[in-house]
Design a protein around this ligand. Structure first.
Ligand code: GLU
Length: 474
């Protein structure tokens, strides 16, 4: 009995950093492999020398690791099908090119870009679908030799079989049917000898034993070509599933214009990895469970049948929701690191734990933690207009009593409040607002009981005195 282990893969082209769209593809592939206790493979599709950059390979790997999307086979970890960078697999591809050529299943094409462009335009003008006209399909050996002698740099084209129906059952979109006569012979090796996407992508999936290919819907029409190629080479065809695109509120493909940013930028803003994975997992995939989940839980409840066919709508408010959920669950150490070096420089070592505990429910990004650190440790405090109003309404006597209370009780919030209440008769908002306003410059924020221990008596005194001055000066 052969046990077919589920193997999924992510196959990015390193022409940019990871963005939500391709990170989500990587996530779904990870989740499927984890759910089935299979293998998740990473392959770098860097055959396009002009567009691929080494910094992006490193960047993609870093971002995947940061998101927790670790691969069991691929760059860095190795595996039975190495190398995992397509730029290093030239010898593998050469064998298959030769085999296709020898069987007459592929042929050299000498058409120039200009000629191809002209044909395309003529076809479109005549209302025909643009496809290769087959100009070089029937060149004989002598003609080919002559052109080669003239220094031509031919491409290699796959000879698409005529009158073939290509059918497959898409794991997301259901049964698909294509007529091979609608597909022109396509390039599988570029003029510079490098393999074209259709070819290396399909061959590698088969050679690496990939069982499930989850990828963007934009690749759907590539699939019949790749199936014909694999059939011609008698290689195993994986199960393809084409995931719906992510769109902005206006229905157009997600872009910067919709506030979409690379994973790197989201990370720099301060999004936690769990926020992004929980959000992405629900972007085009339905989870009956609305709870925040780690990758294992997301995997165990992942269902291919819950992947939607309709476009998935990007919504920053949902991402922020998951950010709050992730923050709620983060431990103090993680939060402290997350707050960053500017915060670290302001908060004394001895107050780290109290600072984190005090502000954690009032921050969404590290910049908010920095604001609180500035409010607590850098004075004089700047009063917001509402805070100013509250201070003025309370009047100078209120703060005189507050100062007396401070001298008597120190940084004990409860005692301070009781003292002021007794002396001034103020209660509710009239009691709490001016005090908070004077000490923090705002009318809301973290628990005052914790803040006063961070503020220390000295700083509180300065702030209360400033309010006395403010309310008694003409
Ligand atoms: N390198 C291709 C891309 O980034 C991979 C497509 C696929 O997943 O098959 O679009």
């Amino acid at each position: 009995m052969t046990i077919n282990i589920t193997k999924t893969r992510f196959a990015p082209s390193p022409s940019g950093f990871l963005h939500l769209g391709n990170a989500r593809t990587a996530l779904f592939s990870t989740l499927l492999a984890r759910k089935e206790r299979g293998v998740f493979l990473l392959r770098i599709e860097d055959t396009d020398q002009e567009r691929s950059q080494t910094q992006y390979i490193q960047g993609i790997e870093d971002d995947m690791n940061w998101l927790g999307l670790t691969w069991q086979e691929g760059p860095g970890v190795g595996g039975a099908h190495a190398p995992y960078l397509q730029s290093q697999r030239g010898a593998v591809y050469r064998n298959y090119f030769d085999s296709l050529e020898q069987q007459g299943l592929a042929y050299l094409c000498f058409c120039s870009e200009r000629e191809l462009d002209l044909t395309r335009k003529t076809q479109i003008a005549a209302g025909q679908p643009p496809r290769y006209a087959g100009t070089c399909a029937r060149l004989n050996g002598e003609e080919v030799a002559a052109r080669l002698q003239n220094g031509g740099q031919p491409t290699l084209r796959f000879r698409v079989p005529a009158h073939r129906t290509v059918e497959f059952d898409d794991a997301v979109r259901g049964p698909q049917k294509f007529n091979s006569d609608d597909i022109g012979d396509f390039v599988i090796r570029r003029g510079d000898g490098t393999p074209a996407f259709f070819f290396s992508n399909a061959i590698d999936d088969a050679l690496m034993g990939v069982t499930h290919v989850l990828r963007g819907e934009d690749h759907l029409t590539n699939t019949p070509r790749q199936i014909m190629l694999l059939d011609a080479l008698r290689l195993q065809v994986p199960r393809y599933g084409h995931i719906s695109m992510i769109v902005g509120a206006d229905g157009a493909p997600l872009s910067k214009r919709h506030g979409s940013r690379s994973i790197r930028e989201l990370r720099q803003t301060g999004y936690l990895p769990g926020a992004i994975t929980n959000y992405m997992a629900r972007l085009g995939h339905y989870y009956p469970n609305n709870a925040f989940m780690d990758l294992d839980a997301l995997a165990s409840e992942f269902e291919i049948s819950n992947l939607g066919r309709a476009p998935a709508h990007y919504d920053t408010t949902h991402l922020l929701h998951w950010q709050r959920e992730a923050l709620m669950r983060a431990d103090a150490d993680t939060l402290w690191q997350w707050m960053g070096t500017d915060v670290h420089a302001l908060v004394p070592d001895a107050q780290q734990a109290t600072f984190v505990a005090a502000v954690r429910t009032n921050v969404i990004f590290p910049e908010h933690a920095l604001l609180w650190a500035r409010t607590l440790y850098i004075y004089p405090v700047a009063l917001s207009p509402d805070a100013c109003k509250a201070v003025e309404e309370a009047g100078g006597a209120f703060f005189e009593h507050a100062l007396a209370a401070l001298d008597q009780h120190g940084a004990d919030y409860k005692a301070l409040v009781n003292h002021i209440k007794q002396e001034t008769g103020a209660k509710g908002k009239a009691l709490f607002h001016p005090l908070r306003a004077a000490l923090t410059g705002e009318l809301d924020g973290p628990e005052m009981a914790q803040l006063v221990t961070l503020l220390t008596v000295e700083r509180m005194r300065t702030r209360l005195q400033a309010c006395v001055a403010m309310t008694t000066s003409p």
